[in-house]
Ligand binder design. Structure first.
Ligand code: GLU
Length: 310
């Protein structure tokens, strides 16, 4: 018999009702890379009899392509995805992010920083995600400097978590990332803060998403701890690269998936996720009925990238 903390056949410990999500940014139509995250998060939620939600990550209006949010939702519907609650839009949640930032400020875990990107690039070593902020304003703004961003005071020490696909992960966040931005110079709250506030607000227990966010997860766990929020489980699916090794969303090969003919892209995503190929004559209406009981998260390759079939 399984105890409440033992993982079930799908690899998720029992006890808490499963709530998963897919959180696209409306920076373009859905392509195979984002479809992989959608398929994996949906199949995993449904295989665990869970709730599955969609959140539109439209915080940065300057990167948004007009119409992309609606197009993504219509494409998801055409692919047979069904979300259980209303779609949350990050652009309408500024108050919640401001409250969270105020909480962190009151705990003295943030500080204003006057450095521009160019100054950080000049002064910092390079880290895995670009120039590392050298802590210039940590002890206070120099006279005459005006605050531009608000940063998190990253504590020293190793942060470890177990990823359901990629295995044990560790990061010294202060060395690898440093004090990271929570509110940008343009006033927009940073993704790292928004995602933590929203995952908590939506009661997300399992995050299944692309491996490009694996390095962000320790930052998000630090924020959850600082804000006293529950830590969800994490599973990072391989990022789809084109044949030249470029991230699909950044390359010309990022052809939108075809909402009028979903099966070929669903099959491609399913296969890239290491799952047993669906029967040849399967119709779209039957895909999910077949796929959900067939889902095995343990079959997903524990690689952070996979090459898109030409
Ligand atoms: N909005 C992010 C993206 O489209 C995903 C964020 C997340 O799943 O945490 O890449």
């Amino acid at each position: 018999m399984r105890g409440p903390a033992d993982p079930g056949p799908t690899g998720v410990a029992g006890g808490t009702a499963y709530r998963g999500r897919f959180a696209p940014s409306p920076t373009g139509p859905l392509h195979l890379g984002s479809l992989l995250a959608a398929v994996a998060s949906y199949a995993d939620a449904r295989a665990n009899r869970g709730i599955w939600l969609v959140r539109m990550e439209d915080l940065d209006r300057t990167r948004e392509i007009p119409g992309a949010a609606d197009l993504i939702l219509r494409t998801l519907s055409a692919f047979g995805f069904e979300w259980d609650e209303g779609v949350i839009h990050q652009s309408r949640r500024t108050d919640a992010y401001r409250d969270a930032l105020d909480t962190l400020k009151a705990l003295e875990l943030t500080y204003p920083c006057g450095c521009s990107r160019a100054e950080v690039a000049r002064a910092g070593r390079s880290g895995p995600e670009g120039p590392l902020y050298p802590g210039t304003c940590r002890a206070g703004l120099a006279p005459g400097r005006r605050p531009r961003t608000e940063r998190f005071r990253t504590p020293p020490g190793r942060l470890a978590f177990e990823d359901r696909i990629q295995g044990k992960q560790e990061q010294m966040v202060d060395e690898a990332v440093g004090d990271f931005v929570l509110r940008r110079a343009d006033g927009i709250h940073a993704y790292q803060l928004a995602v933590v506030v929203d995952d908590a607000r939506q009661g997300i227990t399992q995050v299944v998403r692309g491996a490009d966010l694996l390095l962000s997860t320790p930052r998000q766990i630090l924020l959850q701890r600082a804000l006293g929020l529950a830590q969800p489980g994490y599973a990072h699916v391989p990022l789809v690269l084109d044949t030249q090794g470029r991230k699909l969303s950044k390359s010309l090969a990022a052809a939108p998936v075809d909402a009028r003919d979903p099966l070929p892209a669903l099959r491609a995503a399913w296969t890239l996720l290491g799952q047993t190929p669906p029967p040849a004559d399967l119709h779209i209406d039957a895909f999910w009925t077949w796929a959900i009981p067939a889902w095995r998260i343990a079959r997903i390759p524990s690689r952070t990238s996979a090459t898109c079939p030409a």
